[in-house]
Design a protein around this ligand. Structure first.
Ligand code: SF4
Length: 485
């Protein structure tokens, strides 16, 4: 998990709560879930749908959680459920929660309570996802409204909660990774290629409840990718907690192997996977690249896919801060890599996220980060204040930064980045871009990641799923406007 979750409330680089990679935000039913109902209904045209039980899944948090929800929906459909039109009409109401930081947890709890109010008396309310995994029994006790707290891979339809407090087990026993998923309702889809993480960044609790990295095999990923492409997907967005380390745990067993192999300059399975997938689909986009994983081989491969988009998890630029975070690199190394990529492809697009107010952060560190942001001229960036998380080293560190000060730093740097983003968007006016039409009136070039970056507004008549050549005619903050050429 590389993009952090506290809401960056200010300016253009604010990531809407529902879209940030690890932010919370009730989203209603994922549109792609509707596709399952449609398929199911078509199968049983003569069957009275009144006979089916119905489910509703409310998803909070990051794209990885959305993929999990799709897989849970696929599982429920295979058990004979149909999707409900609203929580009020469902027999089974599921909250797939996010526990990344305090704000995400609060939003998850609010959503659960809201669902408890909205659901019918006889309907069952199930809480799953990261909060269920992280707090298990405590959650079941604190929320009597909930019928079942189900950790990762536990049945959503079981009669009562099994003990799920993850502190008693180090790795989830079952992953959703290889469950079937429904046809995508959009021409792009996330594909989760690994679960868990072998790193131990000072601020991040994810490895404590998602466990060490478990990569899916190339064959499993290909099966899912091909099914998505057959269903009309033209862009695959690969996600994992530490994407660049994908595959290393399959080569050598043991915690930390993924990290060691890559940081020591070992070969990188992601290179081959990216190249393979790019032969299957028009666009392959990689999210959450740990900076030491951005090897020259991977850079070359990403550029060769035709989607020169680099989502780098930098988190800071000051070396002392990065060491305190137990992370690799420093501002100079990051700038060097960015410059190398731009030399190879002037159109390369960069996104990153940064934490403000990590324990020990000084005014000098903040100055260093500002200097970096000004020098890097990233297209997109998200800024988040540090959130002390149970089970992480950072919570016990000296020199905690007051939240107000962290917010002040966030405001200062967001304003600078907003100007950079706006100028970089303005500079695209007059250029030609190939757009994938995501929805009526909405397209994206390779420069915009779905749900996270801006969009390109186009004529409503362009068919969804088509790739069209357009000229950018105007810029409106993060969004652009284009006409067909
Ligand atoms: S430990 Fe570090 S690399 Fe792993 S998920 Fe957390 S922030 Fe990402």
């Amino acid at each position: 998990m590389e993009r952090l979750g506290e809401v960056g409330e200010f300016g253009l680089n604010h990531i809407p709560a529902k879209n940030a990679a690890c932010e919370s935000g009730p989203e209603g039913s994922n549109p792609s879930l509707s596709a399952i109902s449609t398929e199911r209904s078509a199968l049983g045209a003569a069957v009275d749908e009144e006979l089916f039980l119905r489910y509703w899944i409310e998803t909070l948090g990051c794209p990885k959680n959305h993929v999990d929800s799709e897989k849970l929906a696929g599982l429920l459909v295979s058990q004979g459920y149909l999707e409900a039109a609203s929580p009020e009409e469902a027999d089974l109401v599921v909250a797939n929660t996010c526990a990344f930081i305090e704000a995400a947890r609060e939003e998850s709890i609010e959503t659960v309570l809201e669902l408890a109010d909205r659901k019918r008396g006889v309907a069952r309310l199930v809480v799953t996802g990261c909060m269920a995994e992280r707090y298990g029994d405590e959650l079941a006790t604190a929320l009597p409204e909930v019928d079942l707290v189900a950790g990762f891979g536990e049945s959503l339809t079981a009669a009562r909660s099994a003990p799920v407090a993850l502190r008693t087990r180090s790795v989830p026993t079952f992953d959703l990774l290889n469950l079937p998923r429904p046809k995508s309702a959009t021409p792009w889809a996330y594909v989760k290629i690994a679960e868990g993480c072998d790193r131990r960044c000072g601020f991040c609790a994810i490895p404590t409840f998602r466990g060490d990295q478990r990569s899916r095999s190339t064959a499993e990923i290909l099966v899912e990718a091909r099914a998505l492409v057959e269903g009309g997907v033209r862009e695959l967005v690969l996600i994992a907690q530490d994407l660049a380390s994908w595959g290393h745990d399959r080569r050598r067993a043991g915690r930390g192997e993924a990290v060691e192999v890559l940081d020591e300059g070992g070969t990188q399975p992601l290179i081959e996977l990216t190249a393979t997938l790019s032969r299957e689909v028009e666009r392959v986009r990689l999210l959450y690249l740990y900076p030491s994983g951005l090897t020259s081989g991977l850079i070359e491969t990403i550029l060769a896919t035709g989607v020169p988009y680099f989502d780098l998890s930098l988190q800071h630029a000051s070396r002392p801060m990065l060491r305190a975070m137990r992370r690799w690199g420093d501002g100079d190394r990051f700038l060097e890599r960015i410059a190398t990529i731009r030399r190879s492809d002037a159109n390369a697009t960069f996104r990153s996220s940064f934490i403000l107010g990590y324990p020990g952060e000084t005014e000098d560190d903040q100055r260093e980060l500002i200097d970096f942001v000004e020098a890097a001229q990233l297209d997109w960036a998200g800024f988040f204040t540090f959130s002390p998380e149970e089970g992480t080293p950072a919570i016990a560190m000296d020199r905690q930064v007051p939240h107000e000060l962290a917010l002040e730093r966030l405001r200062e740097i967001s304003e600078i980045q907003d100007g950079i983003t706006a100028r970089r968007r303005d500079a695209l006016v007059g250029s030609r871009q190939r757009l994938l039409i995501d929805a009526p009136g909405i397209g994206r070039s390779v420069r915009e990641c779905p749900e996270i970056d801006g969009i390109v507004m186009v004529e409503h008549s362009l068919s969804v799923g088509s790739l069209v050549d357009c000229e950018i005619v105007a810029s409106h903050g993060t969004d652009l406007e284009a006409v067909l050429v």
